[in-house]
Design a protein around this ligand. Sequence first.
Ligand code: 5GP
Length: 116
Amino acid sequence: MEDNIFLKIIRKEVPKDFIYEDDEILAFYDIHPLAPVHVLIIPKKPIINIATMEDEDAVLVGKMFLIARNIARDLNISEKGYKLLIRVGRDGGQEVPHLHLHLIGGVRLGDNIRPE
Ligand code: 5GP
């Protein structure tokens, strides 16, 4: 797998404040937030995207959603709601080839998040 910015973040080669970390998952604020709350939740395992994940990664991916839920609670956006987004591949608009779950909220969101 080719190197990318998220792999560098996982290796702690770029300074980054983490909202959450355990042995499998990291969460941090997006550098170009699309809303008042914009957090990225990523696995430490090098998985490119949902299209290439293995069946055995299902529990890990499920855990990413539980962590997103917990962060949303901690940031007090659970009640009003938020958007969870995973882009897959070129047509899905995925820019970084490492699986990441966007947690976006803190404002009433329309249908289009970063349209073409
Ligand atoms: P994608 O378009 O692949 O779904 O989302 C990639 C996201 O990663 C974008 O929202 C972009 O702003 C974010 N991003 C890219 N490089 C960095 C970085 O170095 N640090 C952080 N925190 N976010 C980044």
